[in-house]
Write a protein that binds this ligand. Structure first.
Ligand SMILES: NC(=O)c1ccc[n+]([C@@H]2O[C@H](COP(=O)([O-])OP(=O)(O)OC[C@H]3O[C@@H](n4cnc5c(N)ncnc54)[C@H](O)[C@@H]3O)[C@@H](O)[C@H]2O)c1
Length: 330
């Protein structure tokens, strides 16, 4: 295989595997660097095309240097993507999420990479009441995870300023779609509710269900990444990527029930301390500098997600889930 131009760190995970799939579908060569800590071999197995998989840890600079050879663009997705794990183990999370990011930036600079697109998070905003969240608002992180993501953005900006390495950080809001792991707390409420329904359990809602999230379908996240790899004006920015609408958990359950043809009765429990009440992205900057516009309506995203994840409840099968992915991944 000729040298791939693209490196996706964390490419065996949920979002990274969709990015890799979209690049491969465009005929591009892709290298994935992943330690398979939360990523899955099954996510790699479905990738078709010139794929080069390097099993390794972003905490090891030499490993990252090896993976960076001849690369032109990096999509840095590798992280411990769990707020709660960052609270339980801030030392390890810092090592992966911030030092790992520093290694990616160092190795990218040394290898003459043109651009690094980094996965950041809406978590950096914390929980101030102002909505929608705009990039010029003061960040107010309330977890080690959010601190590490914010510091990673800043570090990337410093590399741009000091060395001219092009960097773009994307602040993802609540991403959902096929292949999201329901076992992880951060993987999001949609995959956890889907898993509960598939197992015949009632989903558990913490609080009154009126808390809102800005859900964004994974194909839109992929689209934003590919735009960020090329857009000249994006360099040096941290940019919100969301669907641009707020949906309450109760509304979400109603949509899910509609797709499944059933009425979902959740179990309501006390709200969890630290849970963010309202979240919604202002995506004006993404529109302006990336030309980003979310294209998958919430209902359609939910249909594809359920079809891929709950084959036995009659909304489709895995094949239709795969078809949906191809239709919507650029
Ligand atoms: N899913 C969301 O809603 C969301 C929201 C905001 C930001 N993000 C960010 O997006 C990125 C992708 O998240 P995801 O939801 O696909 O999570 P994921 O857990 O599915 O993917 C993360 C990948 O990184 C790999 N990884 C973890 N530690 C590693 C290490 N030390 N070395 C090499 N690889 C390592 C894992 O094996 C996994 O494949 C992360 O940076 C996450 O913080 C996700």
């Amino acid at each position: 295989m000729t040298n791939p131009r693209y490196l996706v760190t964390g490419g065996a995970g949920f979002i990274g595997s969709h990015i890799a799939q979209a690049l491969l579908a465009q005929g591009e060569g892709v290298r994935i660097l992943d330690d398979l800590s939360t990523g899955k071999a099954a996510n790699l197995a479905i990738l078709e095309g010139p794929l080069d998989f390097a099993r390794g840890d972003v905490r090891d600079l030499e490993t990252v240097r090896q993976a960076m050879r001849h690369i032109e663009v990096v999509f840095h997705e590798a992280a411990i993507a769990s707020v709660q794990q960052s609270v339980a183990d801030p030392v390890e999370t810092l090592a992966v999420n911030l030092i790992g990011t520093q290694h990616v930036l160092i190795a990218a600079r040394e290898a003459g990479v043109r651009r690094v697109v980094l996965a950041s998070s809406a978590a950096i905003y914390g929980d101030p009441p102002e909505l929608p969240k705009r990039e010029d608002m003061m960040p107010c992180p309330i977890s080690p995870y959010a601190i590490h993501k914010l510091a990673g953005e800043q570090l990337a900006r410093v590399f741009t300023r000091l060395y001219g390495l092009e960097t773009v950080a994307l602040r993802y809001f609540n991403v959902f779609g096929p292949r999201q792991d329901p076992a992880s707390e951060y993987s999001g409420v949609i995959s956890r509710f889907t898993a509960a329904l598939a197992q015949g359990r009632q989903p558990i809602v913490y609080g009154d269900g009126e808390q809102t999230r800005d859900f964004v379908y994974v194909a839109d996240i992929v689209r934003a990444n590919l735009l960020a790899a090329a857009a000249p004006e994006a360099v040096g920015h941290a940019i919100n990527i969301g669907g641009g609408t707020a949906t309450s958990l109760n509304q979400m359950l109603a949509v899910m029930g509609g797709v499944l043809g059933t009425s979902i009765q959740p179990i309501y429990r006390d709200g969890r301390p630290g849970d963010i009440r309202q979240s919604m992205a202002d995506i004006t900057l993404a529109r302006r500098v990336l030309g980003y516009q979310p294209q998958v309506a919430f209902l359609d995203g939910m249909r594809h997600t359920l079809a891929a994840m709950v084959p036995d409840v009659g909304v489709g099968d895995n094949e239709s889930g795969d078809r949906a992915r191809h239709e919507h991944t650029i």
